[in-house]
Design a protein around this ligand. Sequence first.
Ligand SMILES: *Cc1c(COP(=O)(O)O)cnc(C)c1O
Length: 292
Amino acid sequence: MFDEIIYSPIEKLHFAEFENAQLEVFIKRDDLIHPFISGNKWRKLKFTLREAKSQHKNHLVTFGGAYSNHLLACACAGAKWGFKTTGWVRGDETNNYMLNLARWFGMNLRFCDRTAYKNRKDIFEKHHANDASAYFIDEGGAGYLAAKGCEEIAHEVSGFYNHVICSVGTGTTFVGLASGFHKLYPGTTVHGVLSHKSSTDIPALKSVFPEALNNTLLWSEYHFGAFAKTTPELMQFIQQFAAASGIIVDQVYEGKMMYALFDKVKQGFFNPGDRILLIHSGGTMGLLSMMV
Ligand SMILES: *Cc1c(COP(=O)(O)O)cnc(C)c1O
């Protein structure tokens, strides 16, 4: 399980903005790892699902919003490696192509109101306590094992980058990435671009990854209003970026990260000669919601 050789090349981005600022900008294409177990979801599920298997749990119970990349990833991974899957969806019963895809991979979807959703452990206890095969995975796949999986990104990189940048939801990817880079490349600064205004799990995660405490920076000014909110400016940027690079970035996470990079370059945030590595954490399916 998760033994496949994954394809996540590092490509150079060619933009006049970068050349004029004397920057070299690269992108690690984790979005190419798998169409449905996309980007960081592959990395975050790797050790979690191995742990479930080792405990002989063959029923994954997990949580997410109605457009959750994580629910879809769990559904597909479950189908691929022989787990039954239940996905608890936050909010009123609804339907969309993401949930339908999850159903196609055999996920049993259940809905719960937003108040109940806050206590996900309680939902698990109430509905799955009698099922000895049930294994709890929190929303977004967040947790220690998930961060461990993201540490591996640093091992796939060769050469030195002054800055590594990723998008931040729960912050699991960011902390794992920071931990991995600071073990292998202590001089690298790892930047996280917040996709929302709320606080994150980062403080709790950092306590188990002390290596990740140093040389990290969170960019909090690029949430575009709130989680999953967009503006016409952001959507136009995403379209122009796709047309100029051949790379799709979604409007919830990676588009905000990419916008932030161009904005910081414009502000003169980086030093001439800096080498920058962006992590494309996938989520391309999410953009389809904007195309109907
Ligand atoms: C889930 C997801 C994130 C957020 O990752 P965290 O580890 O929760 O911070 C970022 N980008 C994409 C595309 C995602 O699907």
